[in-house]
Design a protein around this ligand. Structure first.
Ligand code: C5P
Length: 316
């Protein structure tokens, strides 16, 4: 039986700015995405039958067609019917390390791994761009998760410009196990509160003017200079405005972590994971101990992770 075992890395957002509304109902964004080495193991195996199967022991991950990893395999079967007919279906096993509903793209990176794994299983020889295009049909973060590293993401989040990779920084990630934030809820709340200032992307003059006011420049320059201090100062996430006010525990967690020092602290994506940026593993471990001393809640999970220059990789 042929099989590929892949490591699917989580992402954090170093920058997330909401520009306005898109005709497809999504938000026009400017983000800076970064892969970290907290990763799930996704194993894909050829099946003799036409079946697509997905299994994951995590209680919050569905073992059915609603799992984005299943949908990734179904998309490959639909797009490559000859290979599917010849090679048969796929069995997908997900060993979860990345917390669920956390703002770390756990589901998206599992789907990205299935695209890469099925491409290998079926000898399709797809390019990274082709895999990214397929990924965009599944979710806004999937194209980034395929390639990983450090990138500016615009549009819905699927238009990527890769930046010089950062791999000399570490993060302490923290999340309350029992707390999840719905991404659609976060964007909907943001629209309700700040929608008056939205620019519609069909208003090209307005959009050009708004894009000139995007303030991701210092972050991109800091990345080019590989300057951790400046990266920490440039951290920004518009979604904090709605999530931190509705989830005071998360706001307190961020405040506690920020007070412990490091280069900067922020919520990732739609949360509720909070991260602190630091320049060494030792400092991240020290901050982990200090955070646990300050917030002795058995529901709080913490992870130390390193910046990674890649997304999906073979686990050998
Ligand atoms: O693309 P994805 O399925 O990950 O998005 C989840 C939800 O987040 C969308 O259904 C939408 O409500 C919101 N979203 C958005 N604008 C984006 C990305 C996501 O409004 N650019």
């Amino acid at each position: 039986m042929r099989l590929y075992s892949l490591l699917a890395s989580a992402k954090i957002n170093l920058y997330l700015e909401i520009i306005g509304d898109r005709p497809d109902g999504f938000h026009e964004l400017v983000m800076v995405m970064q892969s970290v080495d907290l990763a799930d193991r996704v194993t894909v195996r050829s099946l003799g039958t036409k079946e697509i199967r997905v299994s994951c022991s995590h209680p919050q991950v569905p073992n059915d067609k609603t799992n984005l990893a299943y949908r990734a395999a179904a998309l490959m079967a639909e797009k490559f019917p000859d290979a599917y007919a010849k090679q048969g279906g796929v069995d997908i096993t997900i060993e979860k390390q990345i917390p669920v509903g956390a703002g770390l793209a756990g589901g998206s990176t599992n789907a990205a791994a299935v695209l890469v794994g099925v491409d290998l299983l079926w000898n399709l020889g797809l390019t990274q761009l082709e895999l990214q295009d397929l990924g965009a049909k599944l979710g806004s973060d999937v194209p980034f998760c395929v390639v990983g590293g450090t990138a500016i993401a615009t549009g819905r989040g699927e238009e990527l410009d890769f930046l010089y990779g950062l791999d000399n920084l570490y993060v302490l990630l923290a999340k309350y196990r029992s707390l999840s934030v719905s991404t659609p809820w976060a964007y909907k709340s943001y629209r309700q509160q700040f929608g008056d200032a939205y620019i519609s992307i069909s208003d090209s003059a307005g959009l050009d003017e708004r894009r000139r006011r995007v303030h991701s420049g210092p972050m991109v320059a800091a990345i080019a200079h590989q300057n951790g201090l400046e990266i920490g100062q440039g951290l920004h996430n518009d979604l904090e405005k709605v999530v931190l006010s509705d989830y005071p525990k998360v706001a307190y967690l961020k405040k506690t972590m920020a007070a412990l020092g490091g280069l900067g602290s922020m919520m990732s994506g739609s949360g509720p994971t909070v991260f602190s940026l630091v320049s060494s593993r030792q400092q991240a471990e020290q901050m982990k101990t200090q955070t646990l001393e300050q917030i002795s809640d058995p529901d709080l999970d913490l992870w130390v992770a390193k910046f990674l220059p890649t997304g999906i990789r073979l686990d050998d």
